[in-house]
Design a protein around this ligand. Structure first.
Ligand code: NDP
Length: 251
């Protein structure tokens, strides 16, 4: 494996046009990497807006319309990135949804939708990039899990199960590719100030802040910094790890 400066790296951020994904895309593009943002049709405009805010780095952001819940779409997007940019050094599995209800009220559709996007999606994406990373003898994969996957959360059985599953997926793939120059890690953010959190009832947000020793929500940029660290070539001895970013909410 040849050493490369980060500015020559190419990678993918799913759901990378807003929220935590938007902050990750911004930081990586500002550090010089070429970033393929995979997202739903409504993300195209957001990705273009994000690119327009990247002073001098706009040309490094590329949008690929992709529903990560569909394996063929993931394969097509990965093939397009490879065709257009020649390599895939990193993958950030960030796209995620919530469909909150207590188990008694949760529909089977709500259960399946969240598992499909938040757990099958990362599996599909990892499966789609792995051969390329193995050929390159280099790869960095970061999965965005959640504190909820570690601690559970009232009304989020589907989300907690998917995020806990993502930690199991992270550790297993890490084992399977450790000899190939590929690292696979997860970050587990606590409550971060994004549209996803803003959709929660105000009382739930206030409660989350109150229960956080740090007494505030996290910022997307604080998650992005940890992801950037894990994506660095120099972080090659860190694999199968789960990094908590939660202001002390869960230790
Ligand atoms: P947002 O809802 O702000 O952004 C999620 C992104 O994922 C959006 O761009 C969304 O697209 C995209 N997305 C959703 N479904 C799909 C799909 N099927 N295919 C492709 N893209 C899709 O969420 P956050 O930024 O808050 O969260 C990002 C990640 O971090 C998620 O995995 C979330 O679970 C996790 N997380 C968030 C925490 C928080 O407190 N905010 C805490 C812990 C973890 P669109 O814009 O079209 O909806």
């Amino acid at each position: 494996m040849d050493s490369l400066p980060f500015a020559q790296r190419v990678g993918i951020v799913t759901g990378g046009s807003r929220g935590i994904g938007g902050a990750i895309t911004t930081l990586l593009a500002e550090d010089g990497a070429t970033v393929a943002v995979l997202g739903l049709p409504e993300d195209r405009e957001r990705a273009h807006r994000l690119a327009s805010l990247l002073n001098g780095a706009a040309s490094r952001l590329h949008f690929y319309e992709t529903d990560v819940a569909v394996y063929n779409r993931c394969q097509e997007a990965v093939a397009a990135v490879l065709r257009e940019h020649g390599r895939i050094d990193f993958l950030v599995n960030n796209a995620g949804i919530t469909r909150d209800h207590t188990v008694r009220k949760m529909t089977v559709e709500e259960w399946e939708a969240v598992l499909r996007v938040n757990l099958s999606g990362p599996f599909f994406m990892i499966k789609a990039v792995l051969d390329t990373m193995i050929q390159q003898e280099y790869g960095r994969i970061v999965n965005i899990s959640s504190v909820v996957g570690e601690a559970g959360n009232f009304g989020q059985a589907n989300y907690a199960a998917a995020k806990a599953g993502l930690i199991g997926l992270t550790k297993t793939v890490a084992l399977e590719v450790a000899k190939r120059g590929i690292t696979v890690n997860a970050v587990a953010p606590g409550f971060i100030d994004t549209d996803m959190t803003r959709a929660m009832p105000l009382a739930a947000i206030e409660n989350a802040i109150e229960q956080t020793p740090g007494q505030r929500l996290g910022r997307p940029e604080e998650v992005a910094e940890v992801v950037r660290f894990l994506l660095d070539e120099r972080s090659g001895y860190i694999t199968g790890a789960v990094y908590n970013i939660n202001g002390g909410w869960y230790m």
